[in-house]
Design a protein around this ligand. Sequence first.
Ligand code: IPE
Ligand code: IPE
Ligand code: MG
Length: 255
Amino acid sequence: MTMASEAPAGTAVADKGDVPRHVAIIMDGNGRWAQARGLPRTEGHRKGMEAVRRIIRHASRRGIGQLTLYSFSSENWRRPAEEVGFLMGLLRFFIRRDLAELHAENVRVRVIGEREGLPSDIAALLDEAEVLTRANTGLTLAIAFNYGGRQEIVGAVRALAEKVARGEIGPDDIDAEAIDAELHTAAMPEPDLVIRTSGEKRLSNFLLWQAAYSELVFSPVLWPDFDEASFDGAIEEYNARERRYGGVGARQGVR
Ligand code: IPE
Ligand code: IPE
Ligand code: MG
């Protein structure tokens, strides 16, 4: 991760037309989309999958370096078993149907989240996707599946505690970079922009550490309706922001 090393000491003003390097999306509102149409929630998820394909293609064409999609949270196991089963099936379907095409489009697939606890065939499919696309140099697509930010931080802290216990490092070696290196996102850039759809304004355990200085854009659009124009609108909003990282705004000038 690049938090400690790359966050500028001063400020950065995005140029017009710039694209953020890393966009992360909390894809929310599938259930409400379906409910509004008198359909079962699962139909919303099915429709949401079309939005996933559309946005991956668009992000890739726009030259985004990394797109991270929050697909299933550690807390989503609390949903009815039928819905959980449907979401697992949808991931299977997505990898089986789209992996070859993603590979052909030079997309590198990464998966963040706990593999443990997932059906074994899904864990194997996720491995396959990562291995097949490992050397690709286009868009990095990070699928956050069975992902929870707190769980990820707990895992990193434990790994570091074990290193201390084995005498490999001392307590003073634990800094932001050491924690970064133990996260699922190790070596990935931080999200510049986090988008949440459906009008909810919370992070719901998504990239808690990594989003420390991300710009947040909340869109009222329900995920199944999120399209290229909605994505571009969020990028435009991002480009109008001034990132300060705790410094003084460059637009204000320093006097
Ligand atoms: C997002 O849509 C998809 C997942 C969390 C897997 P929801 O299923 O949360 O939809 P709402 O929030 O109930 O409308
Ligand atoms: C966040 O949405 C998780 C995903 C989009 C995968 P939720 O719908 O689960 O979040 P809450 O429950 O509204 O906070
Ligand atoms: Mg939701």
